[in-house]
Design a protein. Structure first.
Length: 440
């Protein structure tokens, strides 16, 4: 898989209608939450992505029986025989979301043996927020080589405050608290749509949870939780990417089942660029008609409902071809500018102001070349840039693209994009990579 490349050829404006699948950032934690129950849960609208397949392997390693109908996007998880509370390093190091089994394992077995998770190279993203608060709930944590052993005699309900509204820490603590006797209060909690989807799932299981202002979640522990059936919410980040594909190609794209209220700040920024945004009845369905003369807009990423960090890279690609100069401030992940160098190779005028802030000056054209994706969202930025570039763009690092999306390339093709997945040998035979190297 790592040897494959995506070849992007410019083909003019994209137009048409597409639909979204379930959100990766919702389904992974909901899969982990099934460990809180004993029995069979059914999840629908599940994306067929590499991270979902990785979480399936993790659950199976813990003893769950899992079947996945990829055509129907229906996932069945039977946790009746889960007895293991140790996750192998090989699985943990493949994706960051693997740490989300820690809360459910502590709730169910009072112990969890894991290693620090892997994934994208977008920043340290420490799990300190998880560990600090688990310690406050009575968990002792010890390191043995690369193994992290978390154990307790009894989880303690208490009042907790997050220094930063970390999505992962919020979800992990929330899941552990559902089976903890007493009331656990989590202050400065993350309230992303994906977190609220998890809250809905836990309530279906029988959890007693209240979300109150300001950004606080209260959990009254119950003795047991029951398996559920649940449809995963649609992916707002996939929606943003598809709309930006229309924007950067000067096209007209309608995402039929996008939830506009999950994308307020993002859509506002598109309007500020001059693009026309239409929202369907009850906030479902978003259409963006691109302006031929987009204006650059500055933005700063932040926790929901701010501008999503996961849309920073693809939005930057759109700014590269907008008139004027803008500043982009990344406040969530310190290494989430690794795509800058790749965009610069395509002719983008981007310079660093500080480590977490860049200035983008719009150019008349980008030029296809050989680029490397360093993370899931960077892969989107580079594909989008390729859609608007002159000449072919070859992107390696396709594993990141597959970790985050369910055949997103097919949706782009349905809108009129020219995308193919090839092997380097095939590209070398066609002369594309040789020509690209000469351009560098």
């Amino acid at each position: 898989m790592s040897q494959e490349c995506i070849k992007i050829m410019p083909k003019g404006p994209l137009s048409g209608t597409v639909s979204l699948v379930g959100a990766k950032n919702a389904v992974l934690v909901i899969m982990a939450s099934t460990l809180l129950t004993e029995g069979t849960s059914v999840l629908t609208n599940v994306p067929v992505s590499a991270d979902v397949l990785g979480m399936i392997e993790l659950l199976r390693e813990l003893g769950a029986q899992v079947s996945f109908d990829k055509e129907k996007k229906r996932l069945v998880i039977d946790t009746s025989d889960v007895k293991n509370f140790t996750v192998s390093p090989e699985i943990m190091k493949e994706m960051r979301a693997s740490v989300l089994v820690m809360g459910p394992l502590l709730a169910r077995f009072l112990r969890a043996h894991i290693v620090f998770p892997g994934g994208c190279l977008i920043g340290v993203r420490p799990i300190d927020y998880h560990l600090k608060n688990f310690k406050k709930m009575g968990v002792s944590i010890h390191h043995v080589d690369e193994l992290l052993k978390a154990e307790t005699q009894k989880l303690q309900a208490t009042r907790l405050a997050l220094e930063y509204p970390s999505v992962g820490a919020t979800e992990n603590i929330l899941m552990a608290a559902t089976l903890t006797e007493g009331v656990t209060t989590l202050v400065n909690a993350a309230l992303e749509p994906e977190v609220l989807d998890l809250v809905e799932v836990l309530k279906k299981m029988g959890a007693n949870i209240s979300v109150v202002a300001p950004a606080t979640i209260e959990v009254t522990g119950v003795s047991s939780l029951q398996p559920i059936e649940h449809e995963i919410i649609v992916d707002r980040l996939e929606a943003g990417t598809l709309l930006l594909a229309g924007v950067i190609s000067r096209g007209d794209v309608y995402v039929a089942n996008a939830r506009a209220h999950d994308l307020d700040v993002f859509l506002m920024k598109l309007q500020e660029m001059g693009h026309e945004v239409e929202i369907g009845a009850n906030g479902i369905g978003v259409r963006v008609k691109a302006t031929p003369l987009p204006e650059a807009v500055s933005f700063k990423t932040g926790p929901y409902p701010g501008f999503p960090t996961d849309l920073q890279a693809p939005m930057m690609a759109a700014q590269c071809l907008a008139a004027g100069t803008c500043e982009i401030h990344e406040t969530v992940f310190e290494n989430r500018f690794l795509h800058v160098r790749e965009l610069q190779k395509m002719g983008a005028q981007i310079k660093f102001l500080f480590g977490d802030k860049v200035q983008v000056k719009g150019v008349d054209a980008l030029y296809g070349t050989h680029v490397i994706a360093s993370d899931i969202r960077a892969s989107c930025a580079l594909v989008l840039a390729g859609l608007a570039a002159q000449g072919p763009t070859i992107m390696t690092g396709i594993k990141h693209w597959r970790r985050g999306y369910d055949k997103l390339e097919e949706k782009l093709i349905s809108l009129g994009a020219s995308l193919t997945i090839d092997m380097p040998d095939e590209l070398m035979q066609s002369g594309d990579l040789i020509n690209l190297e000469q351009q560098l």
